[in-house]
Design a protein around this ligand. Structure first.
Ligand code: FES
Length: 109
């Protein structure tokens, strides 16, 4: 199974999970009690509480955000960066094995 690593905002904690293909990076975090990802809307790109910063070198492995995700990224609690994504919109595949995502300082304003 692909490995995904979640890094706390202050870099004090790293959690690496083996996640099944087809699940979302948000769902993997929530199911495994990774602190810092909420996923309040359940994965519909409507809450912004699953915001992550993707390791910049991995951005080319990801599909570009759909318009719904792109719009919601403007309303996340922490600043949107070029590598910002909603983790509910990132589906785990073999191509993402080794992906590292950093969590923002907070998911709510
Ligand atoms: Fe709500 Fe991702 S879980 S936007």
């Amino acid at each position: 199974m692909p490995k995904i690593t979640y890094v706390a905002a202050d870099r004090s904690t790293e959690t690496t999970l083996d996640l099944p293909q087809g699940t979302s990076i948000m769902r993997g975090a929530v199911s495994n009690d990774v602190a810092g990802i909420v996923g309040q809307c359940g994965g519909y790109a409507q809450c912004g509480s699953c915001h992550v910063y993707v390791e910049p070198t991995a951005l080319d492995k990801l599909e570009a955000p759909e318009s719904e995700e792109d719009e919601m990224l403007d309303f996340t609690a922490c600043t949107r960066e070029p590598n910002s994504r909603l983790s509910c919109q990132l589906t785990v595949t073999d191509a993402l094995d080794g992906l590292i995502v950093r969590l923002p300082e907070r998911q709510y304003r």
